[in-house]
Design a protein around this ligand. Structure first.
Ligand SMILES: O=c1[nH]c(=O)n([C@H]2C[C@H](O)[C@@H](COP(=O)(O)O)O2)cc1CO
Length: 145
């Protein structure tokens, strides 16, 4: 299974340790195309755009999104890029799991919370120590669909 993981980069790297934990868990279900999102070596400047260029990053990621079987996004830290990826993924009719931590004190965008349909687009509120269980439930349901 090919998994596209979305997490904030230029939107801020405060949750990178959570992304690491999620990517590690997702790797028990398949290959994570965007493993770099969880790298502590990546700052809020993003990948070296001088070397690769933003167009390269965008086109590569949209291609990976096309190839993916499922999209998992950590949406607690607001990110324009993650919102864009989710919009494109909806258009591609991908199965999507969005993970949000209410303990952050934030209120999730209505454009994410309001897209929930319980089938193709799932939004789950969680605490960090429940993440493994939430991911297991999502993938077990996928297997049975
Ligand atoms: O360097 C990058 N590499 C990259 O793969 N992305 C993608 C993957 C992330 O899920 C998402 C983060 O968007 P943003 O940088 O706007 O927070 O965009 C984004 C950047 C920088 O915008």
């Amino acid at each position: 299974m090919q998994i596209y993981f979305c997490g904030s980069i230029r939107g801020g790297r405060d949750d990178v340790h959570v992304y690491q934990r999620i990517v590690h868990k997702l790797q028990s279900y398949g290959s994570v195309l965007t493993e770099h999102v969880s790298s502590t070596a990546l700052s809020d400047k993003g990948e070296d755009a001088v070397k690769t260029g933003d167009k390269f990053i965008h086109d590569r990621d949209v291609e990976w999104l096309c190839q993916s079987d499922v999209v998992v996004a950590e949406v607690t830290q607001p990110s324009l890029g993650v919102g864009y990826e989710l919009g494109r993924a909806v258009d591609m009719k991908k199965k999507i799991l969005c993970l949000f931590r209410p303990s952050s004190g934030r209120t999730l965008s209505a454009m994410i919370r309001g897209a929930e349909d319980g089938e193709q687009f799932v939004v789950t509120d969680y605490e960090e120590d429940q993440m493994e269980k939430v991911v297991d439930e999502f993938f077990n349901k996928l297997k049975n669909d």
